[in-house]
Design a protein around this ligand. Structure first.
Ligand SMILES: NC(=O)c1ccc[n+]([C@@H]2O[C@H](COP(=O)([O-])OP(=O)(O)OC[C@H]3O[C@@H](n4cnc5c(N)ncnc54)[C@H](O)[C@@H]3O)[C@@H](O)[C@H]2O)c1
Length: 409
């Protein structure tokens, strides 16, 4: 094997996602040795000093800083992971593009469609590769679902049902992290979970062209939590109560455009961060004239499939992820031994660094983030006036399209 190409990595923010990106970079050459890529963890930035220490001492970064600008100015760094809270995304991503650094940004890229457009424009102008943390599309069962829809195995797609239901804020004293404050997060569950679901629907079925939405806030006050402490699962007893500024639950009626693989299909998409029962039940169901499929993140390695309308086996069969499904075989030698959430980020890191090297990669980039965010921002508008909203198409996404499987028009 030739000497691997070293890629200098900069990390901005060392919270849950920053740590996960770092583990993904570390695992990439082990899981995909043939790519000849060797990520080098150069520098990490966080305003919380203990997280910088963790980045150096546990994750293995060579240096740390409390100022992300140092990471962007570091000539040893080729690409950056932007894992900061949402309010910093546009500022950091646009600065990264201006500095000529490719970036892998966590979702939602911008807090609104306008902000995401600004990031997309900056990346296009600088000509830097981008990736967005829509990790669920890399689940092997989802990759296979996309393939089944594209091959027509389910027949004509008639309807889609998706629900991303989490309980991370179901506790009334769940902390008021940055996620609940409008200027820090933008929307609530719409940007946090609905964006993921919209991306899955785009990736498997095709671009959404119209929506109408309703939202609600179940808990209107929560105890405050200082930035950089705890997680968004934290519960604070007897804390100072402050207002929740965005929605806990959202639902949408959607239709898919003429160019979608599932052209003419309609459906419902819902998201909640306060569900009691589902833990991280992130599900997508696709129904067609010849069959249907359903997947749920809590059962990451299972795809439920129903093919055909008659015969003794009509109805759902559970197929365990196996070597025919996406990158499953990279992680486990045989079906039945499950992959995990962290593995999805290793796949995402592979797609990002492959794109950075100018090699072919069908992955979520900033255009896909813009497409999802247009739906999210339209849902926000629709929820206030109950209108139907047209979604302007975004060129060059990896949404499932009728004519060219794999998108990228
Ligand atoms: N893809 C997914 O499934 C997924 C899951 C969770 C979070 N996310 C996204 O990842 C992003 C980060 O979320 P998280 O859960 O890791 O958050 P977190 O709260 O765990 O971490 C955020 C970190 O940012 C740091 N920070 C704050 N201000 C900073 C600044 N000015 N410069 C540098 N660092 C700063 C904080 O100190 C903290 O360490 C968000 O955009 C979120 O929506 C994506």
């Amino acid at each position: 094997m030739s000497v691997p190409r070293e890629i200098g990595i900069g990390l901005i923010s060392v919270g849950w996602m920053g740590q996960l990106h770092s583990r993904a970079y570390a695992n990439l050459p082990i899981v995909y040795p043939e790519l000849g890529i060797k990520p080098r963890l150069v520098q990490a930035a966080d305003t919380a000093a203990d997280r910088v220490d963790y980045a150096i001492n546990a994750l293995g970064y060579e240096s740390g800083t409390d100022d992300y600008r140092e990471v962007l100015a570091n000539p040893e760094i080729d690409v950056v992971s932007i894992c900061a809270p949402n309010f910093l995304h546009a500022e950091i991503a646009e600065a990264a593009a201006r500095a000529g650094k490719a970036f892998w940004i966590e979702k939602p890229a911008g807090r609104s469609a306008a902000e995401t457009q600004g990031i997309a424009d900056a990346a296009a102008e600088a000509g830097v590769a981008t990736a967005v943390g829509f990790n669920y599309r890399s689940a092997p069962a989802i990759e296979y679902a996309r393939q089944l829809v594209a091959e027509g195995t389910l027949g004509r797609i008639t309807n889609v049902r998706g629900a991303f239901f989490a309980d991370y804020s179901s506790e009334p004293n769940g902390a008021l992290s940055w996620r609940f404050i409008r200027k820090l997060a933008g929307t609530g569950v719409l940007g946090d979970l609905m964006g993921h679901l919209v991306d899955l629907a785009h990736y498997v079925v095709g671009p959404i062209d119209k929506i109408t939405a309703a939202t609600s806030t179940v808990y209107t006050e929560r105890p405050e939590l200082p930035m950089g402490t705890g997680t968004h699962f934290a519960v604070v007893e007897n804390g100072k109560m402050l207002p929740v500024e965005n929605e806990d639950y959202a639902s949408m009626l959607v239709s898919f455009g003429d160019d979608a693989q599932g052209a003419g299909a309609v459906g419902t998409l819902e998201a909640s961060r306060v569900a009691v029962g589902p833990r991280a039940q992130y599900g997508l169901e696709v129904y067609g004239t010849e069959g249907s499929l359903r997947w749920n993140f809590e059962r990451l390695n299972e795809l439920e499939l129903a093919l055909g309308r008659s015969g003794p086996h009509v109805g759902y069969t559970t197929v365990l992820a196996n070597s025919h499904f996406g990158d499953f075989a990279r992680f486990q030698p045989g079906a039945g031994t499950p992959m995990g959430y962290d593995d999805l980020k290793v796949i995402e890191a592979k797609k990002f660094l492959t794109a950075f090297l100018g090699r072919e990669s069908v992955h979520a980039d900033i255009r896909d983030a813009l497409a999802a965010q247009r739906v999210v921002s339209a849902a926000e508008a629709s929820a206030t006036d109950r209108s139907w909203q047209d979604i302007a198409p975004v060129a060059g996404t990896s949404a499932a399209r009728k004519t060219e499987e794999g998108g990228r028009d």
